[in-house]
Design a protein around this ligand. Structure first.
Ligand code: ASP
Length: 450
């Protein structure tokens, strides 16, 4: 049994929805279909989720949200008319207006409930259309199916384990299960959404629950590429990649799947196949636990801006028992998570993300380090980009670090930090933000021998 998740571009209009139905028809193993909200039809179009967010914000601000409500109706109306299922619009309009006008006490929960309507109505439409063309399909409500979520201490939606048992029952359904992505319910029956792009997580959870043979993630590109195509034209395609490689690349900015989507399938060893709805015969990229082949020594190169370094110097640091513990405790108490810790004999650098290490936090943390740990100096740099070279095959080969470092040196890029991951599947460089794309390009040119 396969779980297939279709992204917003695959549900953006009737033509794409018909393509989705053809894909479903081509393989009887595709039993559970997870859908996103309709995405953009052209580059400056709006995603339905963004229209819904506008609507909810207008209501919360006490302004007139009717034009936004009509814009959402119009998107679904065009799709329903083009699929000749306009009768589905009554229930869609009712669902959205009821949620939009519902009384609320908690603004975040209200926003979540409105945001979820994009996926919910997308699933209603797809199920209605499949039935209208003679397929047996069932719209699956996440509440009835038992997808239970709750918020953790930082407000992130997490899945309650019991959900897996509940959702496993979908494997016994006769009809095709059409399941809306992106949201579930808490134990009080209130809607909770994942963060943006979260339908990927729903698909992964369902694949895990029914122990699918594969989790198909249908999008609008033939492959994942070895490097961001907006930095390098026509980059090398990745046909196969491990979960670990994918995780490292995602960390440094690859935005193929939602960051949290890999875990449920990774834990159960279910492969993920990223495919193109507009070109279903392309093999796509498969994410696996063990590689079957290597097309290249390096699998991918990624770069991400938005990091800071905090370097602490203290004479005889290595002799003071508990120094690092004290340092890390300060960051923990101030709620700033630490990404990497390269260190020297009398110095240590903590790499943190700018979005958590705000200027206000910087002030508090630096003054606490100075007063509580009596250090020689603390130096903060706020413009670091992390560039990663990732590849399982690198573990057994010699000289990649030398080639990478000289490529960056020849390009005139100063390396602020160099770190080889303990796993040996990645090399990490810290460079000034201004050089991020330039560094990715130079490394790609060297390591993919162009
Ligand atoms: N529709 C949501 C978003 O635009 C979730 C998703 O598509 O995965 O972020």
């Amino acid at each position: 049994m396969k779980v297939a998740k279709f992204g917003g571009s695959s549900l953006a209009d009737a033509i794409h929805i018909k393509q989705v139905c053809d894909i479903i028809d081509q393989d009887s193993e595709r039993h559970i279909i997870v859908v996103s909200a309709p995405g953009k039809r052209y580059s400056d179009d709006s995603k339905v989720t963004d229209l819904l967010i506008n609507l909810a914000k207008e209501r919360l601000a006490g302004t007139d949200y009717n034009p936004s409500l009509l814009a959402v109706f119009e998107r679904f109306e065009i799709i329903a008319n083009d699929l000749s299922i306009s009768e589905a619009m009554d229930s869609i309009k009712k669902k959205i207006s009821t949620v939009a006008s519902a009384p609320y006490t908690d603004e975040i929960k209200y926003l979540d409930s409105v945001k979820a309507m994009g996926e919910d109505c997308s699933a209603v439409i797809l199920a209605a259309y499949l039935n209208s063309i003679g397929r047996k399909a069932k719209y699956c409500n996440p509440k009835d199916c038992g997808l239970i979520l709750e918020h953790d201490e930082v407000g992130k939606a997490i899945i309650i384990d019991e959900s897996y048992e509940n959702l496993a029952k979908l494997a016994n359904e006769d009809a095709l299960c059409i399941f809306p992505g992106f949201f579930g319910y808490n134990s009080k029956g209130e809607i909770i959404t994942f963060s943006r792009g979260g339908s990927d997580i729903t698909g992964s959870v369902l694949a895990g629950a029914v122990m699918a043979t594969v989790y198909e993630n249908w999008t609008d590109v033939d492959n994942v590429f070895a490097v961001n195509p907006s930095i390098v034209k026509n980059p090398f395609p990745i046909t196969e990649i491990t979960y670990d490689e994918m995780r490292e690349l995602a960390y440094a900015g690859f935005s193929v799947l939602h960051e949290e989507a890999l875990f449920p399938v990774y834990k159960r060893g279910i492969p993920v196949n990223i495919k193109n709805t507009n070109n279903p015969s392309a093999k796509g990229t498969t994410i696996v636990s063990k590689r079957t082949h290597y097309d290249s020594l390096v699998t991918g190169i990624a770069g991400e801006k938005g990091f800071c370094t905090v370097t602490i110097n203290k004479y005889l640091m290595n002799r003071q028992v508990g120094f690092l513990l004290g340092l890390l405790t300060i960051f923990a108490q101030e709620g700033v998570s630490i990404e990497h810790i390269p260190s020297g004999i009398d110095s240590v650098t903590l790499i943190v993300r700018k979005k958590y290490f705000t200027p206000e936090k910087e002030q508090i943390i630096v003054s606490r380090i100075k007063s509580e740990l009596s250090v020689e100096s603390v130096h903060v740099e706020r413009d670091l980009a992390i560039v990663m070279i990732v590849g399982q095959a690198m573990a057994n080969s010699v000289g990649i670090m030398a080639r990478a470092a000289s490529a960056l040196g020849n390009a005139g890029i100063n390396l602020k930090i160099v770190n080889q991951g303990a796993s040996e599947i990645s090399l990490m460089f810290g460079v000034s933000e201004a050089y991020c794309s330039y560094a990715v390009k130079a490394l790609y040119k060297e390591l993919f021998k162009l």
